[in-house]
Design a protein around this ligand. Structure first.
Ligand code: FBP
Length: 334
């Protein structure tokens, strides 16, 4: 039987990859794993626990109804970051403004974290896979001072680490520090994330496309043409038509395509001219993972990781997945 490698062991082993590492990033990644275990417990018991399902009765800055579990997960992660000592500030989907932590210890923290505590929240009450997404940067402001907006609005290519947690048939944590992508499955019997997917590579091509086709008539003609005359076209020996698979949970759709090959598209539409998904805590972290696994992530026209953010909750069109498929889809927009 092969030796189980826990996430903690893996992080400590990989610390040697960073000559000047002082352990803070390792501790921060371990903190994220602990918060993920707590959220996983809450998600898996949601149907049994009073007050875990349904709306919170408030809306976030995006005008979306907050689910109770959105707020619970948000609090778990914020509490972990606030008390860990490595993080000086955060921004999350559920909070209008960024938070600069004010304790002397936190102000010395080297990192900022931007995160979506529970992605795909419209699927919580119907027991469909959901996820958490995180993006980590080194602060730009002086250590010891309070975190600033400038610390939050950094380009995706400057991320030091990013990842997601998938609450699916099992709970998985997938992350990168810029040296490849690795996946860990939570073994509830020992309460540990264990290495299950080493050095993940996204297949260069695939035959799965994921898009909310309910929007097909409100997105630009190039996308309609790509879906109808390319993805859905029957062509002998060309592994088409593709299979349409849309879970409506970004993390779940992304994870499937990471393993099997495929493309996920959430374009800009006449109703959402900027697109729906948020650059800082949905698109940048998944783009970092996609590129590290050999895939591509663009707006349909430009590389996601090269966009200079201007606002915390900025939205962008999102085309992510297997390299050949994203290039193909982009060719229809030219
Ligand atoms: P949040 O749930 O975090 O707001 O995420 C956005 C999201 O739910 C993605 O997970 C998903 O891919 C997409 O929106 C679904 O949007 P739509 O319902 O318009 O297809």
């Amino acid at each position: 039987m092969s030796k189980l490698t826990t996430l903690h062991e893996f992080i400590m082993d990989r610390q040697a990859d960073f000559p000047f590492a002082s352990g803070e990033l390792s501790r921060l990644l371990s903190d994220i794993a602990v918060a993920a275990k707590i959220v996983s417990k809450d998600v898996r018991r949601a149907g049994l626990t009073e007050n875990f399902l349904g709306n919170e009765g408030s809306t976030n800055i995006q005008g979306e109804e907050q689910q109770k579990l959105d707020v619970i997960a948000d609090r778990q992660f914020i509490n972990m970051f606030k008390t860990g000592g490595e993080v000086c500030g955060i921004a999350s989907e559920e909070n209008d403004d960024f938070m600069a932590f004010t304790s002397e210890r936190a102000k010395k923290g080297k990192y900022v974290v931007l995160f979506d505590p529970l992605d795909g929240s419209s699927n919580i009450d119907v027991n469909v896979s959901i996820g958490s997404i995180f993006s980590i940067y080194r602060r730009k402001s002086e250590a010891g001072s309070e975190a600033t907006l400038e610390d939050m609005l950094q380009m995706g290519c400057d991320q030091v680490a990013a990842g997601y947690v998938l609450y699916g048939s099992s709970t998985m944590l997938v992350y990168t520090t810029g040296r490849g992508v690795n996946g860990f499955t939570l073994d509830p019997s020992i309460g540990e994330f264990c290495l299950s997917h080493h050095n993940m590579k996204m297949p260069e091509n695939g035959r799965i496309y994921a898009m909310n086709e309910g929007n097909i008539n409100i997105c630009e003609p190039g996308i309609k043409k790509y879906v109808e005359s390319y993805c859905q076209q029957t062509l002998e020996g060309a592994s088409r038509p593709y299979s349409g698979r849309y879970i409506g949970s970004l993390v779940a759709d992304f994870h499937r395509n990471l393993i099997k090959g495929g493309i996920y598209i959430y374009p800009d539409t006449t109703t959402d001219p900027e697109g729906k998904l948020r650059l800082l805590y949905e698109c940048n972290p998944l783009a970092f993972i996609a590129e590290q696994a050999g895939g591509l992530a663009t707006t349909g026209r430009e590389r996601i990781l090269s966009i200079q953010p201007e606002r915390l909750h900025q939205r962008v069109p999102f085309f992510v997945g297997s390299k050949t498929m994203v290039e193909q889809a982009m060719s229809f927009l030219k």
